[in-house]
Design a protein around this ligand. Structure first.
Ligand code: SAM
Length: 264
């Protein structure tokens, strides 16, 4: 399969997931975003965004889903905010949330690999969170895109699931989950059990392709694209919903990380 075939398959799976997620959370999001200044960002990323001083900054979120995080950043006082996602159904939800809260964010339905060059050099901050990188079959091109989108001196902020989680199956288990996959696996994980990580009801979905990228891949690609590492931290809390059951174990892998890099 070519890169486009993988992203087209994932687009179908995400479009199928949009009404299922909406049933779980959309009414609450619509209500919450009507409250001035509402943010659903957690303490870790809120502190880092304050450190970056987002007020007035031009922000791009790649793989923004329904925009709930980008809308929160806009409510922290950011300037122009643009969210990109391949799922037109989730992008439509983002537009509805923005309209309900009268929040000035732009949402663009596109494969990240097709983001036009007109956006090059226009962002102070590129923001990527919670289960975005694994959908991307070509990480080197994605990091070239990030470097292209940033202004000199602009920041990349990643708040992601830790890649060590690719070694486990993300189902709720009472016992410590067994290791299933090599950390060094490069072939995609293929699944068609759906994406209901809010209600956890499996359904037969379009096949989707998840690409395990190592921590070293992410860090090396920053360095290769003149994105100088500013901060990197690992944490033992779950940000995905899918690995929340790890909280009960005393021996834990890192569950997520933050990475801040600055374009030279
Ligand atoms: C797990 S969601 C991100 C969740 C988001 N951070 C949040 O917490 O709401 C992953 C998103 O990546 C998007 N995506 C997957 N492949 C993509 C691609 N090639 N280009 C753009 N978006 C993509 C999906 O449509 C989906 O909305």
């Amino acid at each position: 399969m070519q890169r486009h075939d993988y992203t087209a398959a994932n687009r179908q799976a995400w479009n199928e997931a949009a009404p299922i997620h909406a049933e779980q959370n959309f009414a609450r999001l619509l209500e919450n975003f009507q409250k001035p200044g509402y943010s659903l960002l957690d303490a870790v990323e809120t502190a880092l965004l304050h450190q970056l001083d987002v007020a007035g900054k031009q922000v791009a979120q790649l793989c923004c889903n329904n925009g709930r995080e980008l809308l929160s950043i806009k409510n922290m006082g950011a300037g122009r905010c643009v969210g990109f996602d391949i799922s037109d159904a989730f992008i439509e939800q983002g537009r509805q949330l923005a309209a309900a809260g009268k929040i000035d964010c732009t949402f663009v339905a596109t494969d990240v690999y097709a983001i036009p060059s007109s956006y090059d050099g226009s962002f102070d901050l590129v923001y990527i969170t919670i289960g975005a990188l694994g959908w991307l079959p070509d990480l080197p091109s994605f990091f070239q895109l990030i470097a292209r989108l940033l202004k000199p001196g602009g920041h990349l902020f990643i708040y992601e699931m830790h890649p060590i989680l690719n070694m486990f199956e993300g189902t709720d288990q009472a016992d410590a989950p067994p290791l299933r996959h090599s950390y060094f696996r490069t072939e995609p994980l293929i699944d068609n059990d759906g994406l209901d990580y809010y209600g956890f009801t499996p359904y037969e979905s379009a096949p989707m392709y998840w690409f395990p990228h190592k921590m070293a891949d992410v860090i090396s690609l920053c360095l290769q694209n003149s994105l100088k590492l500013v901060a990197f931290q690992e944490y033992d809390h779950d940000i995905s919903n899918v690995f929340a059951h790890f909280a009960q174990f005393s021996i834990k892998p890192p569950l997520c990380y933050t990475l801040l890099a600055q374009k030279e």
